[in-house]
Design a protein around this ligand. Structure first.
Ligand code: GCO
Length: 476
């Protein structure tokens, strides 16, 4: 790392101090009506991911779930495994019925690479047909699919050859994307290449808490860069091979990725906290967004990463930016930690069941920050772990108000997907955290889905947008 680069970083961190200076969310009493502010065609939906809901998956995660850390603690809380999950692979029609009941006009879901390509070069056409059927079912019900091509999991054969640390993975995932685009492109226009490269990199390669369990920030930075190279290749494949305009809006593909954004606020007025909050913000939040504008991957963190490379096809590779927003972190400098800092929750603030601060204003802030740069935004995830289900209505309402406020002030936000449609396998946390609009009774053989109080809140939002919730006719 060059000294001048370090100095530049420090100066701009001090100058930018991202959060306190961000516009404040206020005046909710004068909130405009959503339908007067949001564009026609606004997508109101829910999100899931294949490994978390389908059940019966065999991939790097199902392998990881069986293991433990060197101190004997199981990789997944209480040694749980994803197993049958919500059995959505067999109960997809039930899930579509839930979306109808909500009044949703969109569903973000992912296709499972390990299911479609279980061995190198093998292709499971029956599974591909099943996904195609699912997309048709959604569209027949007026629900637009947004398909994520990779939501964290890798086929075992990819993981066995180094996974995201092997440059060939870029080609493998590009080839996979081509096949999916050809297969599903007639029904799907809205694509999300990768889910949260920054989160996967942090948990899988820096903190060692997710597969492959690496604790090396330098390797993590390399992986993040590789994932952005993969995104650029995947975007090109989608544009070349999905040429069918399924929804008739004049665009056959709209490509983006889902980017996890957090508010990093310096915990104290100490210059070091401020500098490190700035570095963390740029590494975690900003680099992925800027990649689209500059065509360069620029990752810089003192002592960890100094990557600056131009990537063919990266510039302009997003037609939209997907933002996954959950919470805010207070950042304390901690020079003994490999990441140079540790994160806490602002004192006295309400938190969800996982201890994440509930901070709707943060959604307004990120939309104002990213939604006025000429790129349409979809909120591709937002939700809370709430076992009681009692607090989710207010969470949903307040976050949606934050979105409407941002839209009324010029943020180009085109959709909102609540995480999640139903409770599901929450990675290292297992089944305990419940994020679902529908509660899943895992002990029942049919994995019964039961509405939580937030279903009524969602339905009210849908009605206000002119959408029509319809009762479930089946006994899901
Ligand atoms: C993520 C994922 C989801 C999570 C959700 C709740 O952010 O890790 O995209 O798979 O389940 O965010 O933590």
């Amino acid at each position: 790392m060059s000294v001048s680069r370090l100095a530049k970083g420090v100066l701009s961190s001090l100058a930018s101090e991202p959060h306190p200076s961000a516009p404040r969310l206020s005046g909710l009493e004068t909130l405009p009506r959503p339908r007067d502010v949001l564009r026609p065609g606004f997508l109101l939906g829910a999100a899931t991911a294949s490994h978390q809901v389908e059940g019966g998956n065999d991939n790097d995660w199902s392998e990881w779930e069986k293991g433990s850390f060197p101190d004997g603690t199981p990789h997944i809380k209480e040694g749980q495994v994803s197993g049958a999950a919500c059995d959505s692979w067999n109960r997809f029609a039930d899930d579509v019925a839930l979306l109808r009941e909500l009044g949703a006009n969109a569903y973000r879901l992912s296709v499972e690479w390990s299911r479609l390509e279980p061995e190198e070069g093998a292709w499971n056409e029956a599974a591909a047909d099943r996904y195609l059927e699912g997309m048709r079912l959604l569209r027949a019900q007026g629900i637009q699919p947004m398909v994520t091509l990779n939501h964290f999991t890798l086929p075992r054969w990819v993981a066995a050859q180094g996974g995201w640390e092997n440059e060939r993975t870029v080609e493998w995932i590009a080839a996979f994307t081509r096949r999916v685009a050809r297969k599903l492109g007639g029904e799907v226009d809205l694509w999300c290449t990768l889910n949260e490269p920054n989160v996967l990199t942090t948990f899988g390669y820096m903190d060692g808490l997710w597969p492959p369990g690496v604790k090396d920030p330098k390797r993590g930075a390399q992986v993040l860069a590789r994932m952005l190279r993969a995104h650029a290749r995947m975007a090109a494949e989608l544009r070349e091979h999905d040429t069918v305009d399924a929804d008739g809006d004049g665009q056959a593909t709209r490509v983006g990725l889902s980017h996890h954004v957090r508010i990093f606020q310096p915990a104290t007025r100490s210059p070091l906290d401020r500098v490190l909050a700035g570095f963390t913000d740029r590494f975690f939040n900003q680099a992925v967004v800027e990649a689209n504008r500059t065509g360069r991957i620029q990752l810089y963190a003192p002592g960890v990463a100094d990557i600056d490379e131009e990537v063919p096809g990266l510039k302009g590779s997003y037609d939209y930016l997907g933002l996954n927003y959950y919470t805010r972190d207070m950042l304390h400098s901690d020079l003994r930690s490999p990441k140079l800092s540790r994160l806490t929750v602002a004192e006295g603030r309400p938190v969800n069941d996982l201890g994440w601060e509930l901070y709707p204003e943060g959604l307004y802030q990120v939309l104002m920050r990213y939604g006025r740069e000429g790129l349409p935004i979809y909120v591709t995830e937002n939700g809370m772990a709430d076992t009681s289900g009692e607090r989710r209505p207010d969470f949903l309402q307040r976050h949606f108000e934050a979105l409407v406020r941002a839209a009324s002030e010029g943020a180009d936000v085109r959709g909102y997907f609540h995480w999640s449609l139903m409770d599901n396998f929450e990675w290292a946390e297992g089944y305990e955290p419940r994020f679902g609009l529908y509660r899943v009774d895992y002990s029942s053989p049919e994995k019964r889905r039961e509405p939580t109080p937030a279903v009524a809140t969602f339905q009210a939002l849908a009605r206000d947008l002119g959408l029509e919730p319809r009762a479930r006719t089946d006994a899901a």
